[in-house]
Design a protein around this ligand. Structure first.
Ligand code: PHE
Length: 342
């Protein structure tokens, strides 16, 4: 009799010891089979042995076996939960050295075009400009016609256009936003318009998709002096306070007069080098006073309002700033290139 009782106690102790050693789900499953297995489990064997015990002692010992079975079941379930939630710090400490220095996660970096675009926007936001946008798929009217580029206008050749249909194009510049903005708002306002543009052109300085930032200021008595002062401030913010600016007469169908804007070479400071082809200057912007025809096209009275506009290529600025000679690097997603801009 006490023979069986002692056995139960022995099994209980052995089980507790074995449970303490368990470190993983697999070992726990094995322990469960060993004790509670339906065919050959230790508890099952005990129950079978009960039949050899006298009738008087059977109820008491039966209860003892049942208590053991419950204890084993509960302990196994508890351990299973603990292992699953990994909360067993004792186990953790056994498995890893918590005093080892951590491994810093690798951080990504912003794309160089993103960085330049953000810098450009910030400079103008500090001057009180709002940011405007419009669709990249545009009708002929917004991309050309309203900007004074009538059908058969020779200046349409300046931009190699992707046509979707006869009347719909991928915008060749962000100037389409000018027209939407003027139709939708009343002067005075100043806005910049960053975005993707498309032209059929591909070599080491041209990409069929590239980015522009264009600006438009409209109000009463806006003069060419405002244009000049604004762009000079902008270029000093972008390239440094020593930067010089010069204007050359130029032509755009939607501005009159128009200018090509140069900065003193940011590589050699104006002395002359390979990048500026020994001229000391780099062409960076197109600009001009908004043509009265454009104002008429959006229902503004050119006798009352005046304004200026300018546009630049983001890739060009980024290439100059970072000394990148091939525009295609921006779009190849090569990590050896991109990871240099952290
Ligand atoms: N839209 C012109 C271009 O893409 C740039 C420009 C904008 C020129 C505004 C003058 C004024 O070439």
């Amino acid at each position: 009799m006490s023979d069986l009782k002692a056995r139960i106690q022995g099994i209980r102790d052995a089980f507790n010891q074995a449970l303490d050693q368990v470190e993983g789900l697999k070992a726990l499953e094995e322990l469960r089979n060993q004790y509670l297995g339906r065919k050959r489990g230790i508890v099952k064997d005990l129950l079978a042995d009960l039949r050899t015990v006298s009738k008087e002692l059977r109820p008491e010992l039966g209860q003892a076996v049942n208590r053991l079975k419950n204890t084993v079941e509960n302990a196994l379930t508890e351990k299973l939960e603990a292992l699953k939630s990994g909360e067993s710090t004792g186990d953790l400490q056994r498995k890893m050295d918590l005093t080892l220095p951590g491994v810093a996660p690798e951080l990504g970096s912003l794309h160089p075009l993103k960085v330049v675009n953000r810098d450009l926007i910030r400079i103008f936001e500090r001057m009180g400009y709002e940011v405007a946008s419009a669709s990249e798929i545009e009708t002929d009217f917004y991309n050309f016609e309203a900007l004074g580029l009538t059908k058969n206008h020779p200046a349409r050749d300046m931009q190699d256009t992707f046509y979707v249909t006869d009347e719909v194009v991928l915008r060749t510049h962000t100037s389409n936003v000018q027209i939407h903005l003027m139709q939708e708002s009343k002067p005075p306002f100043k806005a910049i318009m960053p975005g993707r543009v498309y032209r059929k052109d591909a070599d080491i300085t041209h990409s069929p998709m590239f980015h522009q930032v264009e600006g438009l200021v409209v109000g009463e008595q806006i003069t060419f002096a405002d244009l000049k002062g604004t762009l000079e401030h902008f270029l000093k913010q972008l390239f440094g306070s020593d930067t010089k600016m010069r204007l050359r007469p130029s032509y755009f169908p939607f501005t009159e007069p128009s200018a090509e804007v140069d900065v003193s070479c940011i590589m050699c400071g104006g002395k002359g080098c390979r990048v500026c082809k020994n001229s000391g200057w780099l062409e960076i912007l197109g600009a001009g006073m908004v043509d009265p025809v454009v104002f008429k096209n959006v229902g503004y009275d050119p006798e009352v309002v005046s304004g200026f506009a300018f546009g630049l290529g983001v890739e060009r600025v980024a290439m100059l700033k970072y000394g990148i000679s091939d525009i295609r690097m921006f779009f190849e997603d090569d990590l050896r290139f991109l990871s240099q801009f952290t």
